[in-house]
Ligand binder design. Structure first.
Ligand code: ADP
Length: 311
């Protein structure tokens, strides 16, 4: 539609004044601008566009123009929406029969239907563990699809991050000890009230400690630490476990990524814990990253900004 014509971006009405101003302000700072917009085609159809604009600089760094690209993503968006709705419906539908399966196996296991022999008990326990794993996977899938849909709204309340973490660590100490791992909490701060979604932060910390315990062998150590800087609370979870190779460090935050996972064996995770943690931390305005030496151990760090701190 634009071949041989003045680009629409320059014609009034092609972009709203506000969008145009926003693009222009960023371009003047020599930044690349990305934005999702809606626009109308010649025959009046509304389309979704991913627009980007790149400043073009001369040798001395002066802006001499810009390159704007508009990409019609209407069809892609439609397919993404169908995929997300499908995932969300299927996950919901799968959860109901799983709950009933869990109740039935548990009842048989505890003897409600009469005595069972050791072999039956072993088989039923295996079944129970797999039901739990499937439930975790479905819950993680639902969480991830809610996050991707932008449907997760944080319910923030002033919360003491120190006591919250301490309680979580204390809850997990028996599990750590039963695996021969020493789990410790360290902090120089007594109390620190920040505005957070308690459930979500609990979910993140539990997941990070759970991973540390899962990937640390007997006689290992896991330390949970909370520090503060002027603007942030910093939480780190260190372990003396298997560690992560440099080439895998970024990938562990990708959906379904499990280092060295071989089908049918090994860690019974979902590969969704870290991507969910990353998104939930992002929603809180914080950062999450990992440092690790393969064979020696890993430290996962995350921050939460203090801007909402109540004194
Ligand atoms: P899951 O634990 O369910 O597999 P996560 O997203 O929580 O999924 O973690 C993804 C992968 O990152 C894990 O499968 C594991 O390979 C690696 N990983 C996470 N935490 C650790 C850790 N503390 N030590 C070593 N590897 C880890």
């Amino acid at each position: 539609e634009v071949i041989g014509q003045t680009p629409r971006i320059l014609k009034s009405g092609a972009l709203s004044q506000d969008t145009y101003k926003e693009f222009w302000a960023k371009l003047l700072l020599k930044e690349v601008v990305f934005k999702e917009l809606t626009n109308k085609t010649k025959d009046g159809k509304t389309i979704t566009i991913e627009a980007s604009a790149n400043p073009i600089l001369d040798n001395s760094g002066n802006i001499i123009g810009f390159l704007a690209i508009q990409h019609d993503v209407t069809e892609k968006k439609k397919l993404e929406k169908i995929k997300e709705e499908f995932l969300s419906t299927v996950s919901h539908e799968l959860r109901t029969p799983l709950t009933s399966m869990k109740n039935i196996t548990t009842n048989i296991l505890v003897g409600v239907t009469g005595e069972i022999n050791p072999k039956q008990k072993r088989y039923l326990s295996m079944m129970n563990q797999d039901i739990d794993r499937l439930t975790r996977l479905i819950n993680d899938l639902l969480d991830m699809s809610k996050i991707e849909d932008g449907k997760v709204i944080l319910v923030k309340k002033p919360t003491d991050i120190i006591s919250l973490t301490l309680i979580l660590v204390e809850k997990l100490i028996p599990i750590a000890n039963s695996n021969g791992i020493n789990l410790e909490f360290v902090s120089n701060i007594d109390k620190n009230i920040i505005n957070i979604d308690r459930d979500k932060i609990e979910q993140i910390i539990t997941n990070l400690i759970g991973n540390a315990l899962k990937f640390t062998p007997n006689n290992g150590k896991v330390v949970v630490k909370i520090d503060e800087s002027e603007n942030e609370i910093l939480c780190s979870i260190s372990d003396t476990g298997v560690g992560i190779a440099n080439s895998e460090l970024e990938k562990v935050f990708d959906k379904f990524y499990q280092v060295g996972r071989v089908e049918g064996q090994g860690a019974k995770g979902t590969g969704l814990g870290l991507p969910i943690a990353k998104e939930l931390i992002k929603l809180h305005g914080g950062r999450i990253w990992v440092e690790s030496v393969a064979g020696k151990g890993s430290t996962f760090h995350f921050t939460i900004p203090k801007e909402n701190m109540q004194k």
